[in-house]
Design a protein around this ligand. Sequence first.
Ligand code: GTP
Ligand code: MG
Length: 198
Amino acid sequence: MNKPTVVKVVLLGSSGVGKSSIIYRYVTNDWDESMQTTLGAAFMDKNVVYQGIHFKFQIWDTAGQEKYAPLAQMYYRDANVALLVYDITNKESFYNLKTWYLELAEKGPKNIALAIVGNKCDLRDQEQVSTADGEKYAKECKAIFMKTSAKENLGVTELFENICEKLIVDMKLEEQEVEVTKSRLVPPKPKETKKCCG
Ligand code: GTP
Ligand code: MG
């Protein structure tokens, strides 16, 4: 396999929205009914090849409990991607994303890619946050939007595929910028002066 593109991902969001369950589903393709609340943070990694590119995702799963909030900075400060996760059956968890968004805008890396993730979409009959509201907010944040169910394995793979696509687009843009900068650094050829033979 070619040298991987290392991508640091951080998950942020209220306690109980399903951050650990999403990552557990993505990395192990399994579901743990009795997932315990995260203490501090947890780490998992996964290698994927998407469109011929080898991505190595280094995933930091933060603890949603309020007392751990100050620790999050250690995990997002050099992240390439942040997943802001809410629970579609819990309005408050959706409103709490705003705090994370503002904190990232203020203290996070400049070019961090964002995804707004509405988890527990299997609990359709208990929905408190409509898909339209989730999409609208994601648009405002210039973020990817995805509804997921870690439990029923819905949208989780697609979420990471969308992230790969976004990263590929960003990488191409970066390459183009480097090319443009390089071309500006090449000194212009001196103008040919016509010899006068008169
Ligand atoms: P903290 O570690 O405390 O921040 O919570 P978390 O966001 O990591 O949530 P966690 O993955 O521990 O899940 C919390 C609860 O929600 C657990 O009881 C899970 O079984 C449940 N849960 C997680 N994802 C889903 C889902 O997609 N659907 C349903 N129905 N329940 C889910
Ligand atoms: Mg957790």
